[in-house]
Write a protein that binds this ligand. Structure first.
Ligand code: BES
Ligand code: MN
Ligand code: ZN
Length: 503
């Protein structure tokens, strides 16, 4: 069942706006205040226009400037805006990218609750350590849009419609670079929203068939995207014994969704993205405990990332050739399901002993990775997967686990994560760990003992990616939050990386 796409996409309009902010007619002027009661430069200009009324209000002590604070003022004489929203930005001395994103999110949360239909946001004029104005514009869109996002398609009572329709981002002068940053931000935000929608949908409404329809829908919607779906019969012919073993325990047939984005020279060797699309992971015969099992609807967030990135690519028209592959299935217990100890044969020919049926992600990924390498010979191969609970233990919810067999690729992804504040942290892929996934009867076992679970999972995948410049992103800790909402990560990281590659 497909519930209508981008149903939760905030649909906000973002524009840049040059000129003195205090003179602009707008329903709400957003101004930054630093600790302690320090007006930002744009706020000082506004203060001068209203004969010091802002400074006076600050002196009364209602807002200190701490991060997260806001104060709404009405009808300040001398300022053209109907309202002024003061936003606390923390210490000016340490004002960095993270503080900036927090301030933008705070502003958006306050704005979204107002009756204002538009606003002029001057936070984009602030000096941010280590970042330029193009970054400020691009990430204002991402930080604000994430606040405007709602997932209420399954509630009978919908969230009330937001009055705010247009966000103007203040800039000093119009430039091509700033307009490009704006459109990259808008495109990426749309991709994040799509990824979040898919992630938030429950397993019964987001099956492998639904994900396949999503791919076809994107191909319908954008001239630059092609999509074809491989059915189980074709996968059998290709020898994908590992992938197909996982869906045997489910009534939902597996799908291999293959998309191509041709925004540039289509004959150029592509960058390939492969995302784990496990629409529900009960563990199979090695069944999971029931506590928090419902969160395993998010086990397709690697796949959701591929769809999100594809939408963002098409919206931004980046001149690139990108392949996206999403192996999709359910992992349920059943009489036909994988049993512990079963041996399956992968498309690459390696035999795999399924010690634990809950280590299914690597089973569907290894065949998808082999297929992608054989079919496309990509110059770079990146997979994203909610692969291991061990990665959550290691890194928590702040960093995605990064593994790579090519250090230049690893560094590029780390930099993209740092730049987009959607961070990854590298972990080792040393040969030493390979000993843990030895099998007595097969070429390789699908689990590697209690220690280093995220690493042995990556080492397993590495056995299938020796021919490529390959990186693996374990997003088990970052793809959704403890509040059980999808984050849309790592769409921002990947879009940052891809935009860099397009230069
Ligand atoms: N999808 C899970 C990984 C996961 C678990 C992500 C919890 C986020 C939170 C994966 O398929 C899985 O079950 N992995 C096992 C591997 C183990 C059997 C070696 C795990 O992490 O427990
Ligand atoms: Mn599992
Ligand atoms: Zn899983």
């Amino acid at each position: 069942m497909i519930l209508g796409h981008f149903s939760s996409c905030p649909d906000m309009k973002y524009q840049t706006k040059a000129g003195a902010p205090e003179k602009q007619r707008t329903a709400c002027l957003v101004l930054a205040v630093f600790e302690r009661r320090k007006l930002s430069v744009p706020a000082q200009a506004a203060d001068a226009a209203c004969d010091g009324a802002l400074a006076q209000i600050l002196a009364r002590g209602d807002i200190d400037g701490k991060s997260g604070q806001t104060l709404l003022l009405q009808a300040i004489e001398g300022i053209a805006a109907d309202r002024v929203l003061l936003v606390g930005c923390g210490k000016q001395k340490s004002f960095d990218a993270r503080q900036y994103l927090k301030a933008q999110a705070t502003a958006a949360a306050a704005l979204g609750a107002l009756g204002a239909k538009d606003c002029l946001n001057t936070l984009t004029l602030l000096e941010i350590s280590g970042r330029d104005k193009a970054w400020a514009v691009q990430h204002a869109v991402l930080a604000m849009d994430a606040q405007f996002y709602r997932f209420d398609e399954l509630k009978s009572e919908k969230a009330p419609a937001r009055t705010l329709k247009t966000v103007q981002l203040a800039i000093s002068n119009k430039s091509k670079a700033l307009e490009q940053a704006l459109s990259l931000g808008v495109a990426t935000a749309a991709g994040v929203a799509l990824s979040m929608d898919l992630g938030n949908r429950p397993g019964n409404l987001c099956t492998p068939t639904d994900l396949a329809e999503q791919g076809l829908k994107l191909a319908n919607q954008y001239k630059t995207i092609d999509c074809r779906v491989l059915e189980e019969k074709e996968m059998e012919k290709l020898g994908m014994g590992a992938l197909l073993s996982v869906s045997r325990g489910s009534r939902e047939p597996a799908k291999l969704i293959v998309m191509e984005y041709k925004g540039g020279d289509a004959s150029a060797t592509p960058i390939a993205l492969v995302g784990k699309g496990l629409t529900f992971d009960a563990g199979g015969i090695s069944i999971k405990p029931s506590a928090r099992m419902e969160e395993m609807k998010f086990d397709m967030c690697g796949g959701a990332t591929v769809f999100g990135v594809f939408q963002a690519l098409a919206e931004s028209d980046l001149p690139l050739h990108v392949v996206g592959v999403v192996p999709s299935s359910e992992n349920l217990p059943d009489g036909a399901a994988n049993k512990p100890g079963d041996v399956v044969t992968s498309m690459a020919g390696l035999t795999i002993e399924v010690i634990n049926t809950d280590a299914e992600g690597r089973l569907i990924l290894c065949d998808a990775l082999t297929y992608t390498q054989r079919e496309y010979k990509p110059r770079v191969l990146i997979d994203m997967a909610t692969l291991t609970g061990a990665c959550v233990v290691a890194l928590g919810e702040h960093a995605t686990g990064l593994f790579a067999n090519n250090q230049e690729l690893a560094q590029n992804l780390l930099d993209a994560g740092e730049q987009s504040c959607d961070r990854a942290w590298q972990m080792p892929l040393w040969e030493d760990y390979q000993a843990q996934i030895k099998s007595t009867v097969a070429d390789i076992a699908n689990v590697g003992g209690p220690g280093a679970g995220a690493i042995t999972a990556a080492c397993f995948l590495h056995r299938f990616t020796k021919q490529a410049n390959w990186a693996h992103l374990d997003i088990a800790g970052t793809a959704w939050t403890s509040k059980k909402y999808s984050t849309g990560r790592p769409v921002p990281l990947l879009m940052q990386y891809l935009a860099q590659q397009a230069k």
